[in-house]
Design a binder for this molecule. Structure first.
Ligand code: THU
Length: 130
């Protein structure tokens, strides 16, 4: 699948709104639904560090809040040059709502030519379920 440029743009725009004064590491995530809607999120840090929320969780919580259900892709972009793989907590939150085929595209702001695509099943092969 070709990455829709508006999904990348939504992630980049969210990244630019990140509140990251403590790490100086901005992250943006944009989630695509099966019917073409886009929901985005950025990391929001707090002086009480443990209250920080990642971009990916903000994106999916925003989508769930709006009533969206079927998700196909997520783009994650960050400042810097390293690819921003989602943290373990975000992977577990994604498996609550997405299939193992859900695609995650990671890209770094300083190296936009390299976009790695992974499935959620690859990123979290043994998910916790109840
Ligand atoms: N962060 C994310 O937004 N997503 C991740 O998957 C990993 C980390 C944020 C949290 C914090 O604001 C900053 O990156 C440094 O950890």
């Amino acid at each position: 699948m070709t990455l829709p440029s508006d999904l990348l743009e939504a992630a980049r725009s969210a990244m630019n709104n990140a509140h990251a004064p403590y790490s100086n590491f901005k992250v943006g995530a944009a989630l695509l639904t099966a019917d073409g809607q886009i929901f985005s999120g950025c990391n929001v840090e707090n002086a009480s560090f443990g209250l920080t929320i990642c971009a990916e969780r903000n994106a999916i919580f925003s989508a769930i809040t709006a009533g969206a259900k079927d998700f196909s892709d997520m783009v994650i972009i960050s400042t810097g040059s390293a690819l921003p793989y989602p943290c373990g907590a975000c992977r577990q939150v994604l498996v609550e709502f997405c299939t193992t085929e859900f695609k995650i595209h990671v890209v770094a702001e300083n190296n936009l030519e390299v976009i790695e695509e992974l499935t959620l099943g690859e990123l979290l092969p043994k998910r916790f379920t109840l």
